[in-house]
Design a protein around this ligand. Structure first.
Ligand SMILES: O=P(O)(O)OP(=O)(O)OP(=O)(O)OC[C@H]1O[C@@H](n2cnc3c(O)ncnc32)[C@H](O)[C@@H]1O
Length: 183
């Protein structure tokens, strides 16, 4: 898959997210700080998606040369149906000014105790993960994935797959087909 012709504007300077875009595309994105327009700690898939799209749109707005805006957002979602368990999700939105696509990275179980603390104390996941791993800035490094898998999965890798998924429709010929024929 060749992404080399794309101009990418990423709505954050977070190191794990910048690395994810590099791993996904081989491109160094232009990075701009933008607001996500949602709470600092999203607690549903819907809110996480909204944050990713807001970031992608705000990022593209900040550039005069056009291209594709990328918004990467991490969030938590509760499965009340099957497992009664909180999951961390990592979503990428890609927006070219006309179309938006989402890539949803791996959903990973997060100890419910962590989310209970987040809700009780009003802290963010980063704070809990920093504490548990005895480090700072975990959200710029391996993240919760890195801590819980003892390094087997890194935050940048999860976002890498989400970035690829969100960008493929802009470059793959398969998405040019129309149902019922046409071009
Ligand atoms: O610098 P920006 O781009 O704002 O990224 P962020 O990591 O601070 O923020 P996100 O909006 O992606 O994630 C929402 C919150 O969840 C935290 N979070 C998400 N995924 C995480 C992970 O894998 N490890 C630690 N904290 C995580 C994150 O630090 C935020 O507090």
């Amino acid at each position: 898959m060749d992404f080399s012709g794309l101009k990418l504007v990423l709505g954050t300077k977070n190191e794990a997210k910048v690395k994810a875009v590099r791993l996904a595309t081989g491109i160094d994105p232009v990075c701009v700080s933008v607001p996500s327009g949602i709470s600092d700690q999203p607690l549903s898939e819907e809110e996480t998606i909204k944050g990713a799209i807001n970031r992608a749109k705000a990022a593209l707005e900040q550039t005069e040369t056009g291209g594709i805006g990328l918004g990467l957002e991490g969030g938590l979602t509760y499965d009340s149906t099957h497992t009664q368990q909180w999951y961390l999700i990592s979503v990428c939105a890609a927006w070219d000014g006309q179309r938006v696509f989402l890539g949803k990275g791996l959903a990973f179980p997060i100890p419910n105790e962590a989310v209970e603390r987040i809700q009780r104390e009003g802290v963010e996941l980063r704070t809990v993960i920093d504490e548990w791993s005895g480090t700072t800035g975990s959200n710029q490094k391996g993240g919760a994935y890195g801590l819980l898998t003892e390094g087997k999965i890194q935050r940048a890798e999860v976002f890498r797959d989400a970035v690829i998924a969100a960008l493929v429709p802009f470059v793959s010929p398969f998405y040019r087909y129309r149902v019922g024929g046409g071009d």
